[in-house]
Design a protein around this ligand. Structure first.
Ligand code: HEC
Ligand code: HEC
Ligand code: HEC
Length: 459
């Protein structure tokens, strides 16, 4: 559809009036790319309507506050005066129209691979498809000296960015290469799934091999069959990205649910197919797996029990019990079934075949219990209540241990302390989503300042 009018025009089949549609097509393409790149996550306004791209979101870093800019076409308060070249430089090099350096809380390290054609479409969208908001964000970026010296970013940029548009690796099929572009540049899977090195830069030797994310854990999604997703079919991966749920396999919670809700579910089937095709051939990296007990069979006595799945929890009758079985029966069984089988329609998922239960770490299970889950989909909204307020850390540990032992045959021996450390100081959802980027920011700025000082000495 994207190229249809151009093709038809070339074939002499459409009139000039239809060519005006090309401008419209370009703007829609830009809107689509902005969704795939999730610009709204940071740039939407902080007012009640979350005015599109009005800016104002405050990123509290240890160095001070960084405020996301108004990127509506307002000439005075937004980017209305940006030329296409200046816009390209902001996205790819982190340089604003006035020549000052942006902080890498703006993920230009991912966007640096944007193609010229995509920058053009994004520019058309932001200039013509977005309503100007003639208001400055209420707060201003305030970093303490020396972090306030934006020029310091120069050194870091020399080291870590090359601002070269994406090029398909030699010999990679076109659809797979397109999937790589979408995954690395726009959807930036690696921001969450690739662990960081000591400099807090993404460790490319561990590309997509799994990383902690503020309590949650973004699992290994390389093609390793044991610790990665090498056993998932192409179709399962597509379904997961599009809907956040594959019955009897995995459900997206936390930051992944947000990525699905706000970005991935809006991607075309063909783009999802390309992402999945690319991800499926990412070289396997083997990481730790959970230690499954050798000769114990999970206590599944009544697997055919039919549950109605009314979503009614019984009260936590004995509110102080730390008996995992009792807690499970009272708090979880009404939805997931006494034997963890879930409902027949999979609305309440099975826990007996679920990656959150069998993963190397119990983090995502603990976070799901403590913080609950919610995800808006194209045709269904899912919600699991948060138990963090009703259950003590010891109770969460007990029910988590019970679930992993009985439905996954894994003995974590989690303690209340472990639960506290997983869930402690859980940052706001937005911060969780970008926590790795923000942690990187700290390291990057320190590095950049050192670099800048070093350069000055040499002169
Ligand atoms: C993770 C958060 C985040 C995402 C995602 C993000 N930005 Fe930004 N952006 C920022 C922050 C923060 C700033 C301000 C940085 C500073 O002041 O140094 C910024 C600044 C900018 C600027 C410079 C504006 C100016 O003159 O101050 C432009 C242009 C911009 N972003 C465009 C985009 C576009 C287009 C997208 C999507 C393709 C996007 N951003 C995605 C956080 C983000
Ligand atoms: C904002 C951070 C974030 C981004 C961006 C992100 N993920 Fe995830 N992903 C996660 C987290 C956290 C989980 C674990 C969710 C859970 O179990 O509830 C996850 C889970 C998954 C899983 C399920 C793995 C399993 O073993 O169950 C797959 C597959 C996946 N992500 C693929 C991707 C792909 C492909 C992309 C890019 C197109 C991507 N993710 C982008 C954070 C992210
Ligand atoms: C009111 C119904 C309800 C109750 C009660 C409930 N859950 Fe859930 N649970 C859900 C729903 C809905 C989902 C998400 C399904 C989806 O994403 O498609 C879910 C998902 C999960 C997942 C998968 C999470 C992931 O990140 O992959 C786990 C594990 C889980 N629940 C465990 C529990 C445990 C343990 C309890 C008791 C402490 C519990 N649930 C209580 C409804 C419930």
């Amino acid at each position: 559809m994207k190229f249809s009018s151009t093709l038809l025009f070339a074939a002499g089949l459409v009139s000039a009036s239809v060519m005006a549609d090309d401008a419209h097509d370009l703007i829609s393409k830009g809107q689509y790319l902005a969704t795939a790149a999730d610009c709204a996550a940071c740039h939407n306004g902080t007012d009640e309507q979350r005015s599109a791209f009005a800016g104002g979101y405050t990123i509290d870093s240890p160095m001070g506050k960084i405020i996301a800019s108004n990127i509506t076409p307002s000439k005075q308060f937004g980017i209305g005066n940006y030329t296409e070249q200046q816009f390209a430089d902001a996205l790819r090099k982190g340089i604003a129209a006035d020549g000052s350096h942006l902080y890498p809380a703006m993920p230009y390290t991912a966007y640096q691979g944007l193609t010229d054609a995509d920058v053009k479409a994004l520019y058309a969208y932001f200039m013509q498809g977005v309503r100007a908001v003639d208001k400055a964000p209420t707060e201003k970026t305030e970093l303490a000296f020396p972090f306030s010296v934006r020029q310091a970013m120069f050194g870091w940029n020399l080291l870590y960015t090359d601002a070269k548009p994406f090029e398909a690796p030699q010999g990679m099929a076109a659809n797979v290469a397109h999937g790589k572009y979408l995954s690395d540049v726009l959807a930036h899977c690696g921001t969450c799934h690739t662990p960081r090195n000591a400099m807090m830069a993404e460790d490319n030797s561990q590309y997509l091999a799994g990383a902690a994310l503020g309590g949650w854990y973004a699992p290994n999604i390389t093609s390793d069959k044991e610790s990665g997703i090498g056993n998932w079919s192409q179709q399962q991966l597509e379904q997961y990205l599009k809907t956040g749920s594959v019955p009897n396999l995995s459900q997206a919670g936390g930051p992944m649910a947000e990525a699905v809700e706000h970005s991935f579910r809006f991607l075309t089937d063909s783009d999802i197919r390309d992402i999945a095709a690319y991800i499926k051939q990412v070289p396997a990296i083997s990481t730790a797996t959970a230690k499954v007990r050798a000769n114990a069979t999970p206590a599944l006595t009544n697997i055919n029990e039919v549950i109605t799945g009314q979503g009614e929890q019984k009260t936590l009758a004995d509110s102080s019990t730390v008996d995992g079985a009792k807690l499970y029966d009272n708090a979880c069984a009404s939805c997931h079934g006494r034997n963890g089988q879930g409902t027949a329609d999979h609305f309440y998922p099975s826990l007996t075949s679920n990656t959150a239960v069998t993963a190397a770490l119990p983090n995502n299970l603990v976070m799901a219990i403590s913080h609950g889950l919610s995800r808006k989909g194209n045709d269904v909204d899912v919600l699991m209540p948060a138990f963090g307020r009703d259950m003590s850390d010891a109770q969460i540990a007990a029910v988590s241990n019970y679930v992993r032992l009985h439905f996954g045959n894994i003995d974590d021996g989690l303690t209340a302390k472990d639960v506290a450390s997983i869930t402690s100081g859980g940052p706001a959802p937005f911060l969780v989503r970008y926590i790795n980027l923000l942690m990187a920011l700290g390291a990057i700025i320190v590095l950049a300042v050192l670099f800048a000082l070093f350069r000055r000495k040499k002169h």
